[in-house]
Design a binder for this molecule. Structure first.
Ligand SMILES: [Zn+2]
Length: 329
């Protein structure tokens, strides 16, 4: 018994001492040969736990060696799938790869259709930590979801249909478009007045980019709305986090209280949608490759971070001015 890569699970000898030579099934198998009598062999080959969710093959080996390693002739069975492909697990649907026995994650093309399977990471409720949830590992996406930076309707059957009208980009204050940015508003190492002279986003000032309506620059799902407090526990500002499966968008320093943000955690937002009303001096837009905002925030003054003990591993700040001009995806 082997997997599809030739790895052997086990072998069983099949001869006149350990096989059942007299079953009616065996007799039937050879019944078309005149005089074959009890020449057919029958042996039960149990499915072990290691074989579950894999494609396997049975090699029938005719050999002159008791251990099965001498002169031989093999006959290979076709692929036999043991609970592979789409299966139910934890109340959802998952997909077992026959070649590896592992749950599929990310994109997978099956019979010409594209499906997306969750990696198991999700926002921990009430925090900015992105934690591993075993129940979600491999779960097939259904309904309208953002994956890898784009919006899809996965319906009930999980087949991805691109929602191309939800893609694209917007300036946060479209009336002034790109507008202009003063010294220190831009991204990166640009102003010695900051810690490490590093700015992890782009500031849209109320003077250079007027207007209260803050438009989403890209679509995604709202994964958190929370406040940053000073050392006296007073609110400095409220922020909203939008994750599109590829980039985290941080809208902060623009909203003095929760009521200025008009979306809710779990909402899907689309490019250009108004998500809140600025009533502070500027909007700081941050973009990071990691949804783990607690880690992003802890590395506000560095271009990137890596931490293998964290669920999402690493994060890098992206220049929003570049992204909004180039529209990289
Ligand atoms: Zn800023």
């Amino acid at each position: 018994m082997t997997d599809l890569n030739g790895h052997e699970f086990y072998r069983r000898p099949l001869n006149e001492t350990n096989s059942n030579l007299t079953t009616s099934a065996g007799a039937r198998q050879a019944g078309w040969i005149a005089g074959a009598g009890n020449s057919a062999f029958a042996l039960t080959l149990p499915v072990t736990e290691q074989m579950n969710h894999r494609g396997i093959r049975v090699i029938h080996r005719y050999t002159d060696d008791a251990a099965g390693n001498g002169d031989y002739i093999d006959w290979w069975s076709p692929e036999i799938d043991i609970n592979t492909g789409f299966q139910s697990l934890n109340g959802g649907t998952v997909y077992y790869d026959p070649a590896t026995g592992q749950l599929a994650t990310g994109w997978r093309n099956v019979a010409g259709n594209n499906y997306y399977f969750a990696d198991g990471y999700q926002m921990k409720p009430g925090s900015d930590d992105w934690v591993y949830n075993d129940q979600l590992h491999g779960q097939m996406y259904t309904g309208v979801q953002w994956a890898d930076g784009h919006c899809y309707d996965f319906g009930r059957d999980g087949v991805a249909h691109a929602q191309s009208w939800n893609d694209g980009w917007s300036w946060p204050f479209p009336a002034s478009g790109e507008g202009s940015f003063a010294f220190g508003q831009g991204f990166g190492y640009n102003w010695a007045g900051r810690t490490n002279s590093y700015h992890d986003g782009l500031d849209f000032g109320a003077y250079d980019h007027p207007g209260a309506d803050v438009h989403a620059v890209h679509g995604g799902r709202v994964i958190d709305i929370a406040t940053v407090r000073d050392q006296q526990a007073r609110d400095l500002w409220w922020y909203a986090l939008v994750w599109d499966g590829r980039t985290l968008f941080v809208y902060q320093e623009a909203f003095s209280n929760r009521s200025r943000i008009i979306v809710n955690v779990g909402d899907l937002v689309y490019p250009g949608q108004v998500i809140g009303y600025r009533d502070l001096s500027h909007l700081h837009l941050g973009m990071n490759t990691s949804p783990n905002y607690r880690m992003d925030l802890a590395h506000s003054y560095q271009p990137n971070w890596t931490d293998s003990s964290q669920a999402t591993g690493s994060g890098s700040w992206i220049d929003p001015e570049w992204a909004l001009r180039v529209r990289p995806y």
